[in-house]
Design a protein around this ligand. Structure first.
Ligand code: Q9C
Ligand code: ZN
Length: 350
């Protein structure tokens, strides 16, 4: 399977995140990419190819379909404006965000993060925006390959993307790579990918992707995740969230209990894939988080190693052109085996 990654991901190394009011070392580290590359090679998947850094303009038009202009303008200048205004050189982190009735738009680089950040888990450092653009570029190239006839492709995106919405970022995510893959498929001239589906199997709810396509009946978004009543992102991911207006019925959430094991998880996945099959999309984007593994340091599911090839097999049974986009997964010892497990399980069942 065509696999792509961007070497410049390493320019993003946030180091810490705030959680429970404490600064903690973050699990979203550059070594994740090395671990996954090693896993892909061990599994004999085609050698991952580096995508080369380009002018943001190459994907700028497509990104403007999924993110607001105000947010896209903010991201690349956030660090400089923060430091100019007296912010800590260690990185951009909101310390004030507007209450519900506060509508003003500040110019101060100290306050602007509060307009867009929905948590304190996505520090912006000097290399962050560049790395995020390269991750998006990776998803773009993988989707383009599928639009042009490849059966499937894998984008090793870092930083991940599924918590980034039209005008917000957080949860280690800055640009929504999976949504960009959707827009790339939809915008490829002559390929007629009109109805598309996103299957999000990261252990956390894909709140950003849900936000971006919430009003659309052309893109079905389906997410399986830890029950948000008790876990991040807390404020989205409930079963009642089914889409809005024309999009009503085209967003499906599966909040699942902590400790869920292979059999029950695979049953929920089958149900989700049945919904996608009924929708009959021309192609599928998989937001591939593997933080569902039982020893993941932040996920609270209990899947075994053996679940991952089965997940790949179930996805293959849908028989659609498929773009895999990397999301979370933080157990560095197993990360490569989990990702390659899904991809090999998929390929062996085509
Ligand atoms: N003590 C993704 O998997 N909370 N984002 C972590 C750590 C934030 C996860 C708590 C989870 C964000 C892409
Ligand atoms: Zn996750």
């Amino acid at each position: 399977m065509l696999s792509l990654y961007a070497a410049e991901h390493s320019q993003h190394a946030p180091g810490i995140e705030f959680w429970n009011g404490r600064a903690e070392p973050t699990v979203e580290v550059p070594a994740r990419v090395e671990a996954i590359l090693k896993g892909l090679k061990n599994a004999g998947l085609a050698d991952p190819q580096p995508v080369t850094s380009v002018d943001p303009a190459e994907i700028g038009t497509l990104l403007a379909h999924i993110h607001t202009r105000a947010y896209l303008d903010y991201l690349p200048e956030a660090y400089e404006r923060w430091v100019e205004s007296g912010g800590d050189v260690n990185g951009v982190m909101p310390f004030i965000s507007p209450g519900k009735s506060m509508q003003g738009i500040p110019q101060s680089g100290l306050a602007r993060p509060g307009l867009f950040a929905f948590d304190m888990g996505a520090l912006i450092k000097p290399g962050t925006a560049h790395a995020a653009y390269n991750a998006a570029l990776t998803a773009f190239h993988a989707a383009q390959a599928v639009a042009q006839g490849q059966r499937a492709a894998y984008a090793l995106c870092r930083p991940p993307g599924h918590h980034a919405g039209a005008n917000f970022y957080g949860g280690y995510c800055y640009l929504n790579n999976a949504a960009l893959a959707v827009e790339t498929l939809r915008s490829t001239p002559g390929y007629h990918f009109e109805r598309l589906a996103v299957l999000d199997i990261d252990v956390h709810h894909g709140n950003g992707t849900q936000d971006i396509f919430y009003g659309s009946r052309e893109v079905l978004t389906v997410s399986l995740h830890m029950d948000p009543a008790h876990e991040y992102p807390f404020f989205a991911g409930y079963r009642e969230e089914r889409g809005l207006g024309a999009g009503e019925g085209y967003n499906i959430n599966y909040p699942l209990p902590f400790g869920i094991q292979d059999a029950n998880y695979l049953a929920a996945l089958k149900d989700a894939l049945d919904e996608i099959a009924n929708f009959n999309p021309a192609a599928l984007v998989v937001a591939l988080g593997v933080d569902t593994y039982r020893s993941d340091p932040i996920g609270k599911f209990a899947l075994s190693l053996a679940a991952y090839p089965k997940i790949g097999k179930e996805i293959a049974r849908l028989s659609r052109p498929t773009v895999f986009v990397q999301e979370g997964g933080y157990d560095l010892n197993c990360l490569g085996d989990l990702v390659s497990g899904v991809l090999v399980g998929f390929e062996n069942n085509l």
